[in-house]
Design a protein around this ligand. Structure first.
Ligand code: THU
Length: 162
């Protein structure tokens, strides 16, 4: 029997001001996107902003539904939109801001399992890491270097090969 420890490094920034300008701007895009979240059932609003290699920014926000499972998370709205609008253009970073209007100063919320899997598909295809910037109502901001870091032993297209 062998055992292996899987770990990853998380960078923690106390406030937006600590981040490079381009990342502050991306988070500001995500904050703006969050304003268009449709979350009447959970009251938990999420905004996502993707920076593509061609410098375009694509945004998403969570869109809920009276039939709860029919709604979609902000991250998937954003990555699917990026894939549909800019096919083949690598994703460099995704900023995600999540907060409830009732308790606005939450800690950063990491993407749910389905979103990690969806983002991983893009990371695996482009063979370049996708950086994640996560923020709650305000700082701190968590920076993950790659989706793989938060989805260890990920299932990808290579898992289907015999
Ligand atoms: N939500 C997201 O948009 N992203 C996540 O990664 C987790 C959850 C949304 C889904 C739902 O509209 C609300 O937050 C509460 O779960």
């Amino acid at each position: 029997m062998k055992s292996k420890t899987l770990s990853f490094q998380l960078s923690i920034f106390e406030s937006l001001a600590e981040l490079p300008k381009a990342e502050q701007e991306l988070i500001n895009h995500a904050l703006k996107a969050r304003e268009n979240a449709y979350a009447p059932y959970s009251d938990f609003k999420v905004g996502a902003a993707i920076l593509l290699e061609n410098n375009q920014v694509v945004i998403g926000s969570n869109q809920e539904n009276a039939s709860y499972p029919s709604g979609l998370c902000a991250e998937r709205v954003a990555v699917f939109q990026a894939g549909a609008k800019y096919p083949g253009i690598p994703i460099l970073k995704i900023a995600i801001v999540a907060s409830s209007d009732k308790t606005p100063n939450r800690k950063p919320a990491a993407p749910c399992g389905n979103c990690r899997q969806s983002i991983f598909e893009y990371e695996n295809r482009q063979e370049k890491p996708i950086e994640l910037l996560l923020m709650g109502g305000e700082g701190p901001i968590y920076k993950c270097h790659s989706v793989k870091d938060i989805l260890p032993l990920a299932f990808g297209s290579d898992s289907l090969e015999q």
